[in-house]
Design a binder for this molecule. Structure first.
Ligand SMILES: O=C(O)c1ccc[n+]([C@@H]2O[C@H](COP(=O)([O-])O)[C@@H](O)[C@H]2O)c1
Ligand SMILES: Cc1cc2nc[nH]c2cc1C
Length: 336
């Protein structure tokens, strides 16, 4: 299948034409939730998650039986400046590890009953150093969006997008700084574990990049400051919307990539929930800007879709209760 767009303008039109939640199914799910054998609200946020999921699936009593995890990998020109604790070769080495089943995400996807796809994007062709030039030209960012779009299986009933890309916390910080303002220092963190000198380099690189590209917003931020794996995650999130597949987003990089869609079009992430808040310093602030409450806070900072994969189990639990529980009438339990 090929994507429904060949330019950024066409991708914007796709975003604008995307479906909303199914109000009828959502209302029916809400009504069902009120009849289940529990005190009202006793399942806390699990109840909201199940109703949200039902609305997007257009089914008041849905199931989750085909979750898909996709990990996108990309390389970043900005690594030449010394912004990561690890060398750029690790991106490709970890792709091989994913393919051989040896990474954390392999275990977490399996534990959550999800399929796992690994998509490497032009690893031999890193993006441009965004302090010098736009990270990607329009053709490159559209191609990466299309790769993400095409990676989503229409048979999935839940999507997790994750990433692997040495240097990409610098990209994510630059995007967040461009979208939300403040100082570069507000958005940079230690990523894979840079020392104070590395953190100072990241701060300078983010400041220079954001200034060079003029505080870009929306897809322009994705193109000029992002990376191929970030654009692919954005493309996959957009495709999931068009297929009414709910999405759990992962850590700082995933959330910053997703934020470019919301910046482009308010409501573009209504079908997306946050799986976790990562230990990367600014992740919580980006989630706050998006009005997304993370499901989990486990001190993770791995990427790969790992935190979101753990959260699949939470969403499955929410939906299992919602669709499997008896009502007061069915169980002969007196309601309050
Ligand atoms: O998901 C997160 O919040 C997260 C936080 C810190 C690091 N990472 C991962 O670490 C890599 C980027 O870190 P760095 O230091 O190279 O910018 C990339 O492969 C990410 O998947 C991911
Ligand atoms: C080993 C390693 C694994 C990762 N997975 C996601 N980002 C990563 C970064 C490193 C360095």
């Amino acid at each position: 299948m090929s994507a429904d767009f060949t330019t950024l303008a066409e991708f914007r039109a796709v975003l604008a034409g995307a479906p909303g939640t199914d109000q009828k199914a959502q209302g029916e799910a809400e009504a069902r939730n009120g009849q289940l054998t529990k005190p009202p609200g006793a399942l806390g946020r699990l109840e909201d998650l199940a109703i949200w999921y039902a609305g997007w699936r257009g089914n008041p009593r849905p199931q989750i039986s085909a979750p898909q995890v996709i990990v996108f990998a990309g390389n970043h020109g900005v690594t030449a400046q010394g912004v990561s604790a690890f060398p750029a070769e690790v991106t490709e080495q970890m792709v091989l590890n994913f393919q051989h089943g040896g990474a954390a995400i392999n275990q977490l996807a399996k534990a959550a009953g999800a399929t796992l796809d690994v998509v490497a994007l032009d690893l031999e062709r890193p993006t441009a150093d965004f302090t010098q030039d736009a990270a990607m030209n329009e053709d490159d960012v559209v191609s990466a969006l299309a790769t993400g779009w095409n990676a989503v299986s229409a048979d999935s009933d839940l999507l997790v997008v994750g990433e692997m890309g040495i240097g990409n916390t610098t990209s994510a910080a630059a995007i967040a700084n461009a979208l939300y303002g403040g100082e570069a220092a507000d958005w940079v963190g230690r990523g894979t574990g840079v020392d104070d000198a590395g953190l100072a380099i990241k701060e300078r690189v983010v400041r220079e990049g954001v200034e060079k590209h003029g505080n870009p917003k929306g897809l322009k931020a994705l193109q000029t400051l992002g990376g191929r794996e970030l654009a692919a995650m954005a493309g996959a999130i957009a495709r999931a919307r068009s297929l009414r597949i709910p999405v759990i987003m992962d850590g700082f990089i995933c959330t910053s990539a997703a934020a470019t869609l919301e910046s482009e079009l308010s409501g573009a992430l209504d079908h997306v929930v946050s799986g976790h808040v990562s230990a990367e310093a600014a992740h919580g602030a980006v989630l706050k800007q998006l009005g997304k409450e993370p499901m989990l806070s486990l001190g993770m900072r791995l990427g790969e879709g790992s935190g979101a994969a753990v959260a699949i189990n939470i969403l499955k639990s929410a939906v299992a209760c919602h669709s499997g529980m008896a009502t007061f009438a069915e169980a002969g339990v007196s309601d309050g």
